[in-house]
Design a protein around this ligand. Sequence first.
Ligand SMILES: C[S@@+](CC[C@H](N)C(=O)[O-])C[C@H]1O[C@@H](n2cnc3c(N)ncnc32)[C@H](O)[C@@H]1O
Length: 277
Amino acid sequence: MKDVINKTKFSTVENRKFWNNYAENAKNKTIGAHSDKHIVELENNFIENILKSKKPRNLLEIGCGNGQRTIKFSKYCTGKTLGVDYSSEMMKQANLLLQKQDKNIQKKVSFEVHDINHFTSTILFDIVISCRCIVNQASTSDQLRLFEKIHEHLQPGGSFIIAEQSEEGLRYLDSLRKEFGLNQIKVPWHNLPIKESYILSKLKNKFEIKQLNRLGNFYYISRVIHPAQKFPEEPDPNAKINDLALKAELIFQESNESTKNHLEKYGSHLLIHLVKK
Ligand SMILES: C[S@@+](CC[C@H](N)C(=O)[O-])C[C@H]1O[C@@H](n2cnc3c(N)ncnc32)[C@H](O)[C@@H]1O
């Protein structure tokens, strides 16, 4: 088990190079580094609902990429918002975008180049957000250390909101896809899905889990039913059925929580609201 946890999937140097090269493509993308607009909308919905209720005084976004979403999230923050990323090219795009914003946003938001693993701040944050920065760490032990680092940088009662990928969810999703004659989902070389049960068990003294969502309804329709219906053609990520999948996901999220949602485990996303104990 120890070997699996410490095993490095990719080189950090290659990863940073990849994001530096990617930055030019990402410059005007309102959905940041993701290719699926529906996923980004569902992530934003999850994050913005928490921000609306918490009304944070300050906010840190780690691995913030082109900064589009940092600026969006900053609107819910009464004070300063800091976006950090270790790709200097991504931070260049984020700063260019910031220059195009109104003065109020420019005063509130800043972007800095940092490797989050070496980041230190004397200021503690009300909210820290990670949209796929944790899966971008090369080993499960690196991911766990990053959770612990964020814990140190949060105010007591502060929130860590993550939008990542679950290894367990991916396994369930792939097993369901197999039943429909579909291949396993390809995980990009620079992503290491989170070993959810291992990581969460290690964090139970540090964080309370306020909310957890794997977007099972959305994944069931968009990653199983839609591709199975289109097979052997490739499914279109912008197809109308995926708009309906998004709508179904939101409706099921709002429905009575005491009714067990059997599709939930088939979602390979991992949206969690963690609160510092
Ligand atoms: C999948 S992209 C997501 C970007 C952005 N959060 C979004 O939603 O569009 C991951 C980002 O994390 C950054 N990243 C990965 N490891 C990092 C680290 N150790 N420190 C700072 N940034 C990191 C990468 O440079 C990249 O921009």
